[in-house]
Design a protein around this ligand. Structure first.
Ligand code: FE
Ligand code: CA
Length: 526
């Protein structure tokens, strides 16, 4: 069978790498510029404090995975490395003690990329656990664990993953990640708002941002460093491979394509900022080097297959969208929301996605993306309000997508979303106004890791929204993440929640569990 997704064969990956060697990319410069200038970073800094931001892995394919680290002895002040290339050694083993090393190599950390490295470890076995670490001058990083993807088309009877979003450092501790690190998962999916660009807030507790609203490359880097110093976040990265997509706060709140939040910058000036933001995002995430941004553009939408069981499609609903014409919060719908020229994915991404939806091969199709897709209508004084920064502000675009799903006769569509700092579960309807219309898929909106602080119970407004939208089944306003356990016939999502995040050490519990039968879309509460 023709592979569904490109760039998956080893040859493709190699071709891509070869095409990119003309660019000064980290990770492919292993033997070019040798040797750490050890004297240069001895200047009062302890070498063992080089790996302050931990290690990470991601973008798993059946035969390869990316491993990541960044040398940063002074992480909050531009890293503290000399302006020189530094060579690291890396090794990958099949045991956590790193005794049985199956691969090793060298990679050069370039000052141009804040001494971050992205190493593609290829030639691995599908669906296997591996352990990895880095080393500079005899000083080793901590050991991370990662897992390759199942082989293409492999009959898989189970795949487990967690998805998370929205981790405002100021609003709480990352206790959820400490718990996540102890789960049994094949993958972690992050749906955006990994950092927040905002200034320190006076009310903020328990933590504070380290600078005013970030705008330059150096400021974004320092912001990532602040977040990545968190030991709980590091633990979750070290435990599993991650696939990440950004939302708005990695750049600027509510931005749309080249329009910033307050429309004070020209689109050209905002592109300079977006370029800095995407570059710092790339530098701090375990991306493939082919995902390196080109100026202010970064190819973030992509697919990841998990055997014959799941096709994950990661979407980007910020970079290409038309501007929010009806406002950015809960508004009455204006004409523009219905305008077929409005798009939240952009024309190229829509085409890409529809082609994939039409060629479906895996049992489940997952759209891992940012803003809630289901209609969520609030009625107040007889008027209807929608959150128009979400798919609810792009009604014609949503209908285009759902029409493709309807016509493809696709079963097993699950949409994952973040962004709104609360959990919602519901179904995607052919016509949201008609509860009897066909159910085309299921949506799980995860909550936040920390954003919005400790959270709240069910308020009157939430109850009213649930009542006014029969396709919405569940709401919860606490922090945490969602854990998904997928088999060929049944999907299960557990909402894992914490009672508080403004103090460390909260316990976790499953607040609600839902199952979806693949051949009969709709939610069943467990
Ligand atoms: Fe957020
Ligand atoms: Ca957001």
């Amino acid at each position: 069978m023709k592979p569904l997704i490109r760039n998956l064969t080893r040859r493709d990956v190699l071709c891509q790498s070869a095409a990119l060697t003309t660019m000064p990319l980290p990770g492919f410069l292993g033997d070019v510029e040798p040797v750490a200038d050890r004297a240069a970073f001895r200047s009062g800094k302890n070498e063992s404090r080089l790996f302050t931001l931990g290690v990470a892995s991601g973008e798993p394919l059946p035969d390869s995975v990316m491993i990541w680290t960044r040398l940063a002895p002074d992480p909050l002040n531009n890293g503290g490395m000399p302006q020189k290339p530094v060579t690291l050694r890396w090794e990958v083993a099949v045991d956590d003690k790193m005794r049985d090393v199956v691969q090793r190599g060298k990679v050069t950390a370039q000052p141009e990329f804040a001494h971050s490295v992205h190493v593609e470890v290829a030639g691995l076995k599908p669906h296997h656990w591996y352990w990895y670490r880095f080393d500079v001058g005899g000083k080793a990083s901590s050991v991370g664990r990662t897992r390759t993807a199942p082989a293409l088309g492999q009959q898989l009877d189970r795949f487990r993953f967690a998805f998370a979003a929205c981790q405002n450092y100021q609003a709480g501790y990352y206790t959820a990640y400490r718990h996540m690190a102890g789960e049994e998962l094949d993958l972690v999916v992050h749906l955006g708002d990994y950092i927040y660009e905002t200034k320190p807030k006076r009310w903020s507790r328990p933590r504070r941002h380290n600078s005013y609203e970030v705008d330059t490359l150096a400021e974004y880097r320092n912001r990532y460093a602040l977040y990545k110093l968190d030991p709980d976040l590091q633990a979750a990265h070290a435990a599993f491979p991650w696939c990440v997509v950004p939302d708005d706060h990695e750049v600027d709140n509510d931005y749309a394509n080249d329009k910033e939040e307050k429309h004070r910058m020209t689109p050209a000036a905002f592109r300079v900022r977006r370029a800095a933001a995407y570059r710092a995002y790339f530098e701090h995430m375990p991306f493939r080097t082919s995902q390196f941004p080109r100026g202010s553009d970064m190819q973030l939408y992509r697919s990841l297959p998990a055997g014959d069981l799941i096709d994950f499609h990661f979407l980007d609903t910020r970079q290409y969208r038309t501007d929010q014409q009806c406002g950015r919060r809960w508004e009455q719908r204006c004409e523009a929301a219905m305008d077929p020229r409005a798009t939240i994915l952009g024309t190229a991404q829509e085409k890409w996605l529809y082609a994939r939806l039409n060629w479906v091969r895996a049992k489940w199709t997952v759209l891992a993306q940012q803003v809630p897709m289901m209609e969520r209508m609030r009625e107040m004084d007889g008027d209807k309000f929608y959150n128009v920064d979400k798919w609810d502000g792009y009604v014609a675009a949503r209908k285009r997508l759902l029409d493709v799903v309807k016509n493809s006769q696709k079963q097993g569509l699950v949409v994952l979303s973040g962004d709104v700092h609360a959990a919602w579960a519901g179904t995607l309807k052919a016509d949201f106004k008609d509860p009897k219309s066909r159910t085309l898929g299921t949506e799980f909106v995860g909550t936040s890791i920390s954003s919005s602080g400790d959270g709240w119970g069910m308020k009157k407004g939430h109850r009213r929204t649930l009542d006014a939208n029969p396709h919405l089944e569940f709401y919860n306003g606490r922090r945490g993440y969602a854990r998904c356990d997928v088999t060929p016939s049944v999907w299960r999502t557990d909402y894992r929640v914490l009672p508080y995040v403004t103090r460390p050490g909260a316990p976790i519990k499953t607040r609600a569990s839902f199952t979806v039968a693949r051949k009969q879309p709709g939610l069943m509460r467990k």
